[in-house]
Design a protein around this ligand. Structure first.
Ligand code: S3P
Length: 174
């Protein structure tokens, strides 16, 4: 098993990055950090509140600062990003410098939108389907810069997806 490998999970809102990161960390018996949670704890504020009160550009600066902190702490082997983090050039540069393997959880817009709608989490950048779909289309060219592309089939559970990533990215045998 490739124990040393450190990975970043990226992909659109609602694709399941946080849940998959949690299962993956338990399968690999390693630590994970969820960047969104890290930001909220550190800033003592909900991300939705930051975006609504100070705007997206301000939030992106906060996100990059926090990403920098997360990347230098060697504790976490798995990091789940927020859906916009990987679209920022500076963030991609920081991630590459730290030698992470990036995994894009790729799925259809409909799959993400279903999860966004069902989730209690407030997402100010996806307030309606049309806005979210536009963002989804605009971001594909950034997501596809990730090292690995993992197509999320809707019939698979988050645990099964985590297992597949463990097998394929970490050469783990079950
Ligand atoms: C965002 C996604 C969110 C969160 C913020 C911005 C985005 O995270 O970071 O609301 O720009 O796509 P999730 O992908 O976990 O929803």
């Amino acid at each position: 098993m490739d124990k040393e490998r450190r990975i970043i999970l990226t992909g659109f809102m609602g694709v399941g990055k946080s849940t998959i990161a949690r299962f993956l960390a338990s399968l690999l018996d390693c630590k994970k950090i969820d960047l969104d949670i890290f930001i909220e704890q550190n800033e003592q504020m909900r991300i939705a509140e930051i975006i609504k009160s100070a705007g997206e550009a301000h939030y992106r600066r906060i996100e990059t600062e926090n990403l920098r902190r997360v990347l230098i702490c060697d504790e976490a082997q798995i990091i789940a990003l927020g859906g916009g983090a990987w679209t920022i050039e500076e963030n991609r540069r920081l991630i590459k410098e730290r030698d992470f393997t990036t995994v894009w959880l790729e799925s259809s817009f409909e799959h993400c939108w279903r999860n966004i709608r069902q989730s209690k989490r407030e997402r100010p950048l996806a307030v309606n389907k049309q806005i979210a779909a536009k963002l989804f289309d605009e971001r594909q060219r950034f997501y596809c810069l990730a090292d690995w592309h993992f197509v999320i089939k809707p019939e698979l559970t988050s645990f099964e997806i985590a297992r597949k990533i463990a097998e394929e990215v970490f050469s783990m045998r079950f």
